[in-house]
Design a protein around this ligand. Structure first.
Ligand code: 6PG
Length: 233
């Protein structure tokens, strides 16, 4: 079984302060070691209060590049867009926010385009920060026809296009996502989740390992570094 440590918080605010502190430390360490930092951030609602705390950190943001670890194939001014949320929060700090989507209807081609865009970035990322849906998806690695492509992509493949099946109600659109291989190349992996249902699901997925039916279980089963999972009810 992988090495995962759960950090429990009494409130969203407490979790936001702690996670923002950890990410600030990851950025500072990367800046000290390499002079720049590369971070993949999740979409969805859970990260928002953490973004709001993190932007207050006094860091050399100009040397920090943030890209969405997955994004929904919508226009960048659509409120479903993950890069939109990241840009709104972090552009004012001076950080570089790097979009991964392109206005292409064919989601597989959009995946190829996202993969090519990421080839321009120094690799690996200092952090891949992940969320999880109540269906067990992480990043945009969903059940459906593209699950194996995302899980079994070769090491050099960073992004693929994905059509979730069933489509998630909160954002029923095609996606591009980091592959399992790319996620696992990160120097640090951190997960944030909210609610008892997700907690139970994630604990079970970790226990089930390779035999997990959930995308997050299949991703983490191959992880050979310790990960921190931050949780609040
Ligand atoms: C996305 C995500 C996704 C997200 C989970 C949790 O774009 O859909 O990056 O993996 O992290 O769906 O979302 P919530 O935090 O909104 O529950």
């Amino acid at each position: 079984m992988i090495e995962a440590e759960f950090w429990d918080y009494d409130s969203v605010d407490e979790m936001a302060a702690a996670v923002a502190g950890d990410i600030g430390f990851i950025i500072e360490s990367a800046l000290d070691a390499r002079g720049s930092a590369l971070l993949a951030f999740p979409g969805g609602s859970t990260p928002q209060p953490i973004f709001a705390e993190l932007v207050k950190a006094k860091l050399n943001w100009k040397k920090v590049t943030i890209f969405p670890g997955d994004d929904r194939l919508v226009a960048m001014d659509n409120e479903l867009s993950n890069v939109r949320g990241i840009a709104k929060a972090f552009l004012p700090t001076g950080a570089r926010v790097f979009p991964i989507t392109a206005p292409i209807d064919d989601y597989k081609l959009a995946g190829n385009s996202a993969d090519a865009r990421l080839a321009d970035l120094p690799w690996p990322p200092d952090l891949v920060w992940l969320g999880m849906g109540e269906d067990g998806h992480t990043a945009s690695i969903f059940a459906g026809p593209d699950l194996e492509a995302a899980l079994d992509a070769p090491k050099a493949r960073r992004m693929v296009g994905v059509m979730p099946d069933p489509l998630p109600v909160e954002a029923p659109v095609a996606r591009v996502t980091l592959t399992r291989a790319a996620i696992l190349q990160a120097r640090t992996i951190l997960i944030t989740i909210k609610g008892q249902k997700k907690r139970d699901l994630l604990e079970q997925a970790i226990e089930d390992g390779h035999s997990s039916k959930l995308p997050i279980g299949r991703v983490l089963a191959e992880c050979d570094q310790p990960i921190d999972i931050h949780w609040c009810a």
